[in-house]
Design a protein around this ligand. Structure first.
Ligand SMILES: *[C@@H]1O[C@H](CO)[C@@H](O)[C@H](O)[C@H]1NC(C)=O
Ligand SMILES: *[C@@H]1O[C@H](CO)[C@@H](O)[C@H](O)[C@H]1NC(C)=O
Ligand SMILES: *[C@@H]1O[C@H](CO)[C@@H](O)[C@H](O)[C@H]1NC(C)=O
Ligand SMILES: *[C@@H]1O[C@H](CO)[C@@H](O)[C@H](O)[C@H]1NC(C)=O
Length: 436
């Protein structure tokens, strides 16, 4: 037993030492996704009756938990032919397949208890719960169901909650729920903030009261139409898409977001989102990113985002800018943007991100800019969907959130707790300076 533990420990240490910061690893690549069908006949029949049109399934969202990888396959552009919208990646007889998550029944188009159209999900590593946002619409045309948040327990593969979102907040006929972050208060998930990339607003959801609310601000719209034009490998594309990517700071004090058709990164205190009245005067323009971006994610140190026109992933070195500018987190400008990885051919459209518990940043690149021309999209021997991981030596904003945000009533514990939190804070230096 001791020997086994020892071996396990040295293996882990050995593993960590061989990681090189910033070196990308190609985990998977595909032209066509292969599902884990119950039988070969079902696959064949589904192809025959066109309930499965293979080239229409494109991965977008990604999250990881205890070594497993979950992806979304949005029913975004077509109204049929996509049998699965949420899946877990599995290996069956040596072949990588997509197994519908949590099961086939949960993928049923037209059944409002099932998932209709998933772009994003978030996994809380503290509880093993996955929070899935479902716009309820298919192909941006078939307004089949109300939007909802579905919660699954990854430890049991059971659905544990389903929260329907009211039409007044998330329109049944217009919404495009795109991405979300979770907000921890007193050791628990209390709120979700969700971007609607159709009309350009934020949806707040309070898990304690079950109330959903809509938050609007001009920063969530495309303000300069020229900024939505991006050049990707010698072609110009126009994506006047509003608020899309969203990230939460690791101390749960700030939310960051950006429209897809623009360069500006915005910051808003969670205090303004938790108790929402208006965002006027509370939203701050942090600065311009090197490119327009889709997904973004905040780790314990950096804010990562995909630079669409550069086929690259960049990060904002927040701590360095705080030190150099001698400004606190609520004043610092986005200046130090570091290129993490880039590949003009293989990293087109870095879409969404995940940070695992071992220091790896995962992301999907899916060449989404040419989704409207499937003939160009599917080129044999030129896969357009990839899953990458890059060692970045940090975990996600939710890592240990349950203990980091627990309010202690014992004063001694409180002192200890707050020094631990300070240790983790990205503006550690500023805290020290202010105290001097
Ligand atoms: C197509 O075939 C599959 C597999 O047999 C079946 O489950 C599905 O209901 C069929 N769909 C239609 C529209 O006939
Ligand atoms: C957009 O670009 C065009 C052509 O360069 C220019 O004439 C126009 O003023 C620009 N519009 C804005 C809102 O910047
Ligand atoms: C929410 O904000 C309003 C207005 O600023 C304030 O009166 C109220 O006490 C706040 N509620 C909470 C729960 O903080
Ligand atoms: C990871 O970060 C820690 C400090 O946070 C540092 O001590 C360690 O050397 C880093 N490891 C690698 C492989 O970069």
């Amino acid at each position: 037993m001791d020997l086994m533990l020892l071996m396990a420990a040295s293996f882990v240490v050995g593993n960590v030492q061989t990681q090189t910061f910033g070196e990308p690893v190609l985990v998977h690549e595909w032209s066509i996704l292969e599902f884990d069908w119950p039988t070969v006949e079902q696959r064949e029949e589904s192809v025959q009756n066109e309930s499965y049109i293979p080239e229409r399934s494109i991965i977008a969202g990604i999250k990881t938990y205890k070594g497993d990888v979950y992806v979304s396959i949005p029913r975004w552009f077509w109204t049929s032919g996509q049998p699965v919208t949420l899946a877990k990646i599995v290996e069956v007889d040596g072949q990588v397949k997509f197994r519908p998550y949590p099961n086939w029944a949960a993928q049923k188009q037209g059944n409002c208890q099932a998932l209709q159209y998933v772009w994003s999900m978030e996994i809380d590593p503290n509880t093993g719960l996955m929070y899935v946002i479902d716009s309820g619409r298919v192909g941006m045309k078939l307004d089949l169901c109300p939007a909802k948040i579905v919660v699954y327990d990854l430890k049991t593969d059971q659905q544990v909650q389903l929260y329907e979102l009211p039409d007044e907040v998330v329109s049944r006929s217009r919404n495009f729920l795109n991405d979300l972050v979770l907000d921890y208060v007193d050791g628990q998930v209390r709120y979700a903030y969700i971007t609607d990339a159709n009309d350009g607003y934020l949806v707040g959801f309070d898990f304690q009261t079950g109330k959903a609310y809509k938050m609007e601000h001009s920063s969530m719209k495309v303000e300069n139409i020229n900024d939505s034009v991006m050049e990707i490998v010698n072609y110009l594309y126009n994506f006047p898409v509003p608020i899309d990517g969203i990230a939460m700071s690791p101390d749960f004090q700030y939310v960051y977001y950006s429209v897809l058709g623009g360069y500006d990164l915005f910051q808003v205190p969670t205090s303004a989102l938790r108790n929402y009245s208006t965002l006027e005067y509370k939203v701050r323009n942090v600065g311009k990113k090197v490119s327009q971006s889709d997904g973004m994610i905040h780790g314990t140190k950096h804010l990562y985002y995909g630079a669409l026109s550069l086929n690259a992933v960049y990060y904002w070195d927040v701590k360095r800018d705080i030190e150099q500018q001698e400004l606190a987190i609520d004043k610092v400008k986005l200046t130090t943007q570091v290129k993490l990885v880039q590949d003009e051919k293989k990293m087109q459209w870095p879409d969404t991100f995940a940070l695992d518990e071992n220091g790896w940043l995962w992301f999907v690149s899916n060449r989404l800019q040419i989704v409207k021309s499937p003939k160009k999209f599917i080129v044999p021997k030129d896969p357009h969907m990839r899953i990458w991981k890059v060692y970045v030596n940090e975990t996600g904003y939710l890592h240990e959130a349950s203990s980091r945000t627990t309010r202690r009533f014992d004063t001694n514990a409180n002192v200890k707790k707050s020094s631990v939190i300070k240790e983790n804070l990205i503006d550690k230096e500023m805290v020290t300076k202010n105290e001097l």
